[in-house]
Design a protein around this ligand. Structure first.
Ligand SMILES: [Zn+2]
Length: 323
């Protein structure tokens, strides 16, 4: 039987424990031999320059500041210590993956950060497994996300109104993931936003990986700023950026932050917030568990204790937090 424990990351090893498959370690992994590190996606909390071999998708490798040694597309297999390891779309950000580990006697699936609602990145498959290791970032019943299409059209309507009033619009979003999704949304409504350097860097990688995005960069900003326009910046830079745009253009700049869950943050001084999550909410987590038909569930990140209790009760299967 494979063992699954939490150390510097989720460590999976077989009988003799000589080889370790380490999922999303939050510290640099130094031991090189007998170790394979898997990075589920390129958000900075998951990315370290490990000395051990790193497995990820080619897209994740492009988004990281170093190149991974083992780059595999979705459903391309790699053998490690008698286990077959494959990655599947997690639909969280570009290249994000779930990990499927087939040992000689069971299938283990690690969802990583995932989202079941379809997006420009496609769909996350629900993978049947004996054991699933599932993220619990939004693992409480109070986390029910609104219908994404509704929020998107509210955002587009609000932008239109603000521009008609003669205001610039500045949107704050996490630079990797959310900023690209909002760029795409604006494109679909006929807008080409001005984005800052950091966001342009990631937008460009998305483009190279076949997600077509249209945007202006700061080189073109003189032209764009002649009339009210829409810009995208990092959520934590929005206030200073709004002040700068207003003084440069002599127009008021209306601000909105795009969040996963609005009430988790304090947004004083921001005009609006819109919920555009790139994670699963509580109900998507339960949908995953129900359809994956596992015998055992391990919960990680966020509300892992509470979620494990709920799953155990609801589905009458073994569930516990992996801590
Ligand atoms: Zn993430």
């Amino acid at each position: 039987m494979a063992s699954v424990i939490m150390k510097e990351g989720i460590v999976i090893s077989q009988d003799n424990g000589k080889h370790e498959l380490i999922l999303d370690p939050n510290k640099k992994v130094r031991h090189k031999d007998n170790t394979l590190v898997s990075i589920s996606h390129a958000h900075s909390d998951h990315v370290r320059k490990h000395e051990a071999r790193v497995l990820c998708t080619p897209e994740t490798s492009c988004l990281m500041p170093f190149e991974a040694k083992v780059r595999k597309k979705y459903w391309e297999e790699i053998e490690f210590d008698g286990m077959t390891v494959t990655q599947a779309n997690a639909n969280h950000i570009l290249g994000s993956s779930q990990l499927v580990i087939d040992t000689k006697d069971e299938r283990i699936v690690y969802t990583g950060d995932f989202r079941l609602k379809e997006s420009m990145l496609g769909k996350a498959e629900i993978i049947e497994a004996d054991t699933i290791i599932i993220e619990s970032t939004y693992g409480l019943p109070k986390f029910r996300f609104p219908e994404i299409r509704e929020v998107q059209s509210q955002l587009i309507d609000w932008i239109e109104r603000e521009k008609q009033k003669g205001n610039n619009v500045l949107l704050g979003a996490y630079s990797l993931g959310k900023a690209q999704e909002v760029t795409k949304l604006l494109n679909e409504s006929g807008e080409k936003p001005l984005v800052n350097e950091q966001i342009a860097y990631y937008n460009n990688i998305y483009k190279k990986n076949k997600v077509n995005l249209e945007y202006y960069t700061t080189e073109k900003d003189e032209e764009v700023k002649e009339a009210p326009f829409t810009a995208v910046t990092q959520h934590n830079k929005i206030k200073e950026e709004a002040r700068r745009l207003s003084s440069e253009t002599g127009r008021k700049t209306s601000t909105a932050v795009l969040t996963g869950w609005s009430s988790l943050y304090n947004f004083t001084g921001i005009h609006k917030t819109f919920q555009l999550p790139d994670h699963a909410d509580f109900y998507q987590i339960l949908e995953y568990v129900e359809n994956a038909k596992p015998r055992k569930v391990l919960t990680v990140h966020g509300y892992s204790k509470q979620l494990a209790k709920i799953i155990e009760k609801l589905f009458s299967i073994k569930a516990k937090p992996l801590e």
